[in-house]
Design a protein around this ligand. Structure first.
Ligand code: ZN
Length: 449
């Protein structure tokens, strides 16, 4: 069969959508598979791939079965009746060649449309490589390769411009411990972490990930970004991590470090819990148990004052007062946490109404004065010291309202992606899939300016 002596069915050709070939017949095999017979229509297919001269002497006929997109929701088997040509150019080293078209280059058994579809199913559709392979009838390595090609095309090499980025770390998989046969001690043999760089304000997801937990890995990633991009990053949101702060100062000296407020409150909660446990031991010589006033209120201490109605608030005060001196000290710890929250609550929200400097200094003074009144409580002193050490970053949060919430959201997406894939064995693959997953929304929808 050949395009010269067989009639091409134009409608069926259009339906198949494989550029460069024409459909000459469709049959339904006994096993229910539809077989589509096609011939080459692309005149370029007869050009010698080495010298480019059009061949006229056919050597023999050949049949290949390239894979292509399903038709009408069902897979089709394509039988491509093509020719092997003898190159007519005497000076050409190439003796013979088979026809090829851009959609199905020589030695390729899967059309570029199908490969693109497979890559998109994983990168944009959020399917696993295994699932996409099953849906499209392709093997794992082919889908994985298709994903790499597709991702390189759609994921930006350079991060999108944004005035604020967030940096934080996530654990990759579970830490692995092994007993050292020589010493009998348990040692941490595998504990991989990924540090993620995200768009903190624009919703464009993950810009990149690096392995490790040290300043060098953070600084390296930042340093390697284009100068133009680095110059427009004004803020970098991080948690209370001195390593990240040092790295940002080194790589982006002009950027303002913003401390994530959530982590500051979390720290205050931790110090309050330490204080409560220490004083409970002093009071009872044991952990709190049912019936102790401190046991009754231990959960109320974690709550924010605005969430406490008068009744539980009265209970909190009543029970702790009943406990005597130690109870009053625990109450002082709770007040310290709440005064710190008052300070953080001044933060500029989306309104761009910046808090007055006097309001900030007033709230900071109330917090510090309260700690000074309870300087005998080491947990509170440590909290105040941390606030002082990180004051620039906390102040930047209060005046800008920028948080690392985007990182937290991305981390959830990344963990889900890893769970779907039953864990990643290959870390580079995990980083790629994480970027696909977290940038999905931003790539699909136009983002607010
Ligand atoms: Zn040739």
């Amino acid at each position: 069969m050949n395009s010269n002596d067989t009639e091409i069915n134009e409608s069926a050709t259009h339906l198949l959508g494989l550029q460069g070939v024409g459909v000459i017949g469709v049959e339904e095999r006994e096993d229910g598979v539809r077989v589509v017979h096609v011939v080459t229509t692309d005149p370029g297919a007869r050009a010698c791939p080495v010298c480019g001269v059009f061949a006229s002497a056919r050597k023999q006929r050949a049949l290949t079965r390239p894979r292509h997109l399903p038709c009408g929701g069902r897979p089709v088997e394509i039988q491509w009746h093509k020719s092997r040509w003898r190159c007519g150019e005497s000076a050409c080293p190439r003796g013979t060649f088979t026809e090829q078209i851009p959609q199905v280059p020589a030695r390729m058994r899967v059309s570029s449309d199908l490969r693109r579809e497979a890559g998109a199913a994983v990168c944009d559709g959020g399917r696993t490589v295994v699932q996409a392979g099953r849906d499209l009838g392709l093997s794992w390595p082919i889908v994985q390769q298709a994903l790499l090609v597709y991702a390189a095309e759609v994921l930006d090499e350079t991060p999108a411009p944004t005035e604020a980025i967030g940096i934080d770390e996530t654990r990759r998989g579970k830490p692995v411990w092994k007993q050292n046969p020589a010493t009998g001690k348990w040692e941490l043999v595998a504990d991989a972490w990924h540090i993620g760089f995200v768009d903190a304000v624009g919703g464009r997801g993950l810009f990149g990930q690096v392995e490790g937990r040290n300043a060098a890995s953070v600084a390296d990633w930042l340093t390697f970004q284009p100068e133009q991009w680095k110059a427009q990053v004004k803020y970098v949101a991080i948690d209370l991590c001195a390593t990240f702060r040092a790295a940002v100062r080194r790589a982006l000296p002009e950027a303002v470090v913003v401390v994530d407020a959530f982590h500051v409150v979390q720290l205050a909660q931790r110090h309050l819990a330490d204080l409560r446990r220490r004083l409970t031991w002093k009071q009872h010589g044991r952990r709190a148990r049912k019936g102790d006033p401190v046991y009754t209120v231990r959960k109320l201490l974690r709550r924010n004052k605005e969430d406490l109605t008068p009744e539980p608030l009265a209970l909190l005060y009543g029970e702790l007062t009943l406990m005597g001196t130690y109870g009053k000290q625990i109450l002082a710890g709770w007040k310290a946490k709440e005064l710190l929250r008052d300070l953080l609550h001044l933060a500029a929200k989306h309104t761009h109404i910046h808090p007055a400097p006097s309001a900030i200094s007033g709230a900071l003074h109330r917090f510090n004065a309260h700690i000074a009144d309870h300087a005998h409580l080491p947990e509170l002193v440590t909290l105040a010291e941390t606030v002082e050490q990180w004051w620039d970053g906390i102040h930047a949060y209060i005046t800008t309202g920028i948080t690392n919430a985007a990182s937290e959201g991305n981390n959830r997406v990344i963990k889900l992606e890893a769970r779907n894939a039953f864990g990643f064995r290959n870390r580079a693959n995990q980083r790629l899939r994480s970027r696909c997953a977290t940038t999905r929304r931003g790539r699909r929808e136009p983002l607010p300016a």
